[in-house]
Design a binder for this molecule. Structure first.
Ligand code: GLN
Length: 194
């Protein structure tokens, strides 16, 4: 069974644990630096508040270690605030781990009225229900990254090597397809050396 480390400082981490649990993966909560010493097969960065999460990562002394693990190829799934943590360029916000080649617009749909639900096609995944909560969108991706989905012309899902990001919250609907896609194409395939 793959072991996924779910960053559990703030935000929707419990929902991710439940989703991956349904898919038969084991999860462990990452709350302090030494939690990263385990043999993890992937990291999950949940939605929440990227400024708070980024500050906690630094205050708890986890920032450099986490960044190094991801930069060295440990698969990572970032949703909403997690996407913001991974982006190299953030408009209207700070950059944090800065490992994925994309420019992201924070609170892109407005702060108060920015929550909505829709469905859209995700490349390689299918039709996916999408819950957006004060979400960012991706304005552009760099050469190494691939666009997986757009809503109203804005990029809402992308991947680069073993990094998968969505600006919506796949953990807040009972559709497992994004989690399964991450597990199958980025975690298990890598473990089997394919
Ligand atoms: N707007 C939030 C931020 O800046 C992200 C919202 C979310 O994760 N639902 O971090």
């Amino acid at each position: 069974t793959p072991l996924l480390g779910v960053l559990a400082l703030q935000g929707a981490f419990a929902e991710h644990e439940a989703m991956f649990g349904k898919l038969g993966a084991a999860t462990v909560e990452i709350r302090q630096s030494r939690d990263l010493d385990q043999q993890l097969d992937a990291i999950v960065l949940p939605g929440g508040e990227s400024t708070v999460q980024g500050k906690l990562l630094r205050d708890l002394g986890m920032f450099d270690r986490l960044r190094e693990l991801i930069a060295n190829g440990l698969p990572v799934f970032g949703t909403c605030a997690g996407l913001l943590l991974l982006a190299k360029h953030v408009e209207d916000g700070d950059t944090h781990l800065a490992v994925m080649d994309m420019t992201v617009k924070r609170n892109a749909y407005g702060r108060q009225l920015g929550s909505f639900f829709t469905r859209a096609e995700v490349k390689g995944v299918g039709d996916v229900p999408m819950t957006f909560i004060r979400a960012p969108y991706i304005e552009s991706v760099g050469e190494g990254a691939e666009v997986l989905a757009r809503v109203d012309g804005h990029i809402v899902a992308a991947q680069q090597n073993a990094m998968l990001v969505t600006s919506f919250h796949p953990e807040l609907n009972d559709d497992l397809s994004m989690h399964r896609y991450f597990l199958d194409t980025m975690v298990l395939r890598r473990r089997s050396g394919a």
